[in-house]
Ligand binder design. Sequence first.
Ligand SMILES: NC(=O)c1ccc[n+]([C@@H]2O[C@H](COP(=O)([O-])OP(=O)(O)OC[C@H]3O[C@@H](n4cnc5c(N)ncnc54)[C@H](O)[C@@H]3O)[C@@H](O)[C@H]2O)c1
Length: 271
Amino acid sequence: MAMEEKPLHIYEDLKGKVAFVTGAAGRIGLATSLALARSGVTVGMVDIKEEPLVEACQKVEAIGGRAIPLTADVTDAARMTACAQTLVETFESIDIVFANAGNNCKWRYIEDFEPGEWENTIRLNLMGAYHTISPAIPIMKEHGGGSVAVTSSINGTTYFGNKGASAYCAAKAGLVAMVKSLAVELAEHRIRVNSVCPGSIQSQQNWNRYMDDVREGKRERRKPHNPIPLTADSQPGTPEDVASLVCFLASNASKHMTGATITLDGAQSIS
Ligand SMILES: NC(=O)c1ccc[n+]([C@@H]2O[C@H](COP(=O)([O-])OP(=O)(O)OC[C@H]3O[C@@H](n4cnc5c(N)ncnc54)[C@H](O)[C@@H]3O)[C@@H](O)[C@H]2O)c1
């Protein structure tokens, strides 16, 4: 069974819930939207890229799911508030938030950053999550609880071997601290907040293509920064691996978990 075809688990208690997912046109965001939809969750899918976002929504609908495209830049607080409002007006709730949009931005030695570049990394990866979570919280409070998952990274917790990544590491570490603080702040409202920290993630399809090229001598086998002890050939984790963790965190199966920092890296960061 290909990982992309089916989720590892269907969570019956997720049926009828509504999720607010950012970076939803990307690898992890789309895989998670699909996995949530398979458990019966309606997904408000946010991304800055309009066309890929519409295509991503169509993929969710193609498996029988319900999704709405919400084109937005997560660094724009007013627009993110408007998106949360649209979602709640259309589907009457927000029960799950996956603050996932982000990317490496510029990796440079500290003295080489152009003005604004360091801040832009923080604005996207850290403040973007704040703009995603904050408009959803009053709705979750009103509805008696919910689950928030945030995509941090091993680059914010256990692995600091990439030179030039100071802004990205600071943003991803900041997310972990924000999550812990919010877990305490929101516990009385039965809103759980957890961090997901992936190591290298790559789609199975891209990995297969890459390994075929290596076998046919079309390209050289890259030596991974850090080996991944759990997988053959140091194969990275897949977006579906992250999606399956986010579904678990959204479900009642994790009902006593909050403020957790969960590493998902096949032991990459500790080997
Ligand atoms: N892929 C990995 O190896 C890996 C490892 C650790 C952590 N992460 C984190 O996982 C998250 C998702 O990464 P991915 O691998 O799916 O990457 P991806 O590039 O496939 O997806 C990211 C998505 O975010 C969107 N996005 C970027 N800037 C945005 C903005 N300002 N507003 C709204 N949307 C925006 C992009 O358009 C894209 O669709 C990121 O936060 C990333 O830092 C990824």
